[in-house]
Design a protein. Structure first.
Length: 425
């Protein structure tokens, strides 16, 4: 006869395997559309200045969906929330494709907002991996799901060409093809999570804690405020999450322009962005292991330090192609990985079970809103003072991440002492 612990461990392995597949397929769906969204926005609007609107609306959509999906998960579990996110994202891809066919900018932006739901679902999947994980292995469980994004991030853009060719074959604008193929990827992700994420890990965690069937008290925001007030380490984690994401987005989105001004070829710019994505996701399992063995606060502080070095290299990079820009963008991705994995694991550790989904969704809401603001202001800073000034300004965000790591180190023992029963769930 198998013991409850053995059954829970087997369910955890099944959950992580399902989420890895879902994350990989879902990431293909979202990246293949994002790769051409700015080009489609430019063609529809006829303005280079509006080309970035699709990406901005997608980030805002991800922020909104983070909160909405968290509400679904708090009430009904991870599986309905993740499935809803992927289905909404697929509908956004369809709308974006139709927008390209009829030349509607408004419909394209609506599609971009809905596409953000897939980003939110992919973000929420990393938390779902921790619901049944042992506390000493939460970082690794979360990081493996983050790592799976590498598959989609690499495969998605490479499918853009075949998707465009398929659109031409069907007599459609070639930029609508990637959205059609991306929608298929998101529908597959919805099918995988709906079919295989059973039993639901969050609902099982509640059963183990003896709280199954209980309706959480108060409002969602009320539960979040209560959790942060009782466990200040959560605030440090959210601040770190937002700071790292804003620094990464602000500098990353302006790097292609900085390189183009120096005559760098599009192929070389693409390689730099690929190296950046490699830093973001490929080393996540190693980062998760470090978070579990050396501690979340130390790993978070290390992420802030890596970001400082990355932004210093970026600030020193001349226009065009240089070793500084290659090294800076790789370390920018790696520092983001350290900070994101460590901060997310801290949130998984310390969010009380009755408010877990609410706290996690609110954290992602703040993260995306701050990143959207950072991305929007990045263009203004570059226009007024240049790319080096942007990188040096972002150092302030990296120092915030570093400070959050120090604060988390001081606050973690207090939070752990306050509610050891919750932390064990």
């Amino acid at each position: 006869m198998t013991t409850p612990g053995v059954r829970q461990a087997a369910l955890q392995r099944r959950t992580v395997a399902t989420l890895v597949v879902t994350q990989a397929v879902g990431a293909v769906g979202i990246t293949i559309g994002i790769a051409t969204a700015s080009l489609l926005a430019r063609d529809i609007s006829g303005s280079e200045g509006q080309a970035g609107l699709a990406q901005t609306f997608q980030v805002l959509g991800a922020a909104l969906a983070s909160y909405v999906l968290a509400r679904v998960m708090a009430l009904h579990g991870r599986r309905p929330g993740l499935t809803t996110g992927y289905l909404l994202g697929a509908s956004g891809g369809v709308r974006a494709g139709v927008a390209g066919s009829i030349g509607s900018m408004a419909l394209l932006l609506l599609g971009a907002v809905l596409l953000g739901s897939t980003t939110a679902a992919n973000n929420a999947a990393r938390y779902a991996a921790t619901d049944l994980a042992e506390p000493a292995q939460r970082g690794r469980a979360l990081a493996v799901v983050v790592w799976a994004t590498t598959i989609g991030a690499v495969a998605g853009p490479n499918l853009t060409g075949p998707a465009a060719a398929l659109a031409r074959l069907l007599g459609l604008p070639e930029l609508t093809g990637p959205f059609a193929l991306g929608s298929i990827g998101m529908l597959l992700a919805a099918a995988v999570v709906s079919t295989f994420l059973r039993p639901d890990p969050l609902l099982v965690a509640r059963e183990v804690a003896g709280t199954a069937g209980l309706v959480p008290s108060g409002t969602s925001w009320g539960r979040v405020r209560r959790s942060v007030r009782e466990r200040p380490v959560l605030l440090a984690a959210v601040v770190a999450l937002a700071g790292a994401h804003a620094a990464m987005v602000a500098v990353m989105v302006m790097t292609p322009l900085h390189m183009e001004h120096g005559g760098a070829e599009l192929r070389v710019i693409g390689v730099v962005i690929s190296v950046h994505v490699l830093g973001m996701f490929a080393f996540a399992p190693l980062v998760g292991w470090l978070a579990d063995t050396a501690g979340r606060p130390l790993t978070l502080g290390a992420g802030g330090g890596v970001l400082v070095v990355a932004l210093g290299l970026s600030a020193a990079a001349p226009e065009g192609s240089s070793w500084q820009i290659f090294g800076g963008l790789f370390l920018l991705g790696l520092g983001w990985s350290f900070a994101t994995v460590a901060a997310s694991t801290l949130i998984a550790d310390h969010a009380p079970l009755d408010a877990r989904a609410d706290v996690q969704g609110s954290a992602d809401l703040v993260m995306n809103l701050v990143a959207a603001a950072g991305g929007g202001l990045a263009g203004v800073v570059v226009a007024l003072a240049g790319y080096p000034a942007l990188s040096l300004t972002a150092v302030g965000l990296a120092l915030v991440v570093l400070g959050a790591g120090v604060a988390a180190h001081r606050l973690t023992p207090v939070a752990a002492a306050e509610a050891p029963a919750d932390l064990a769930q």
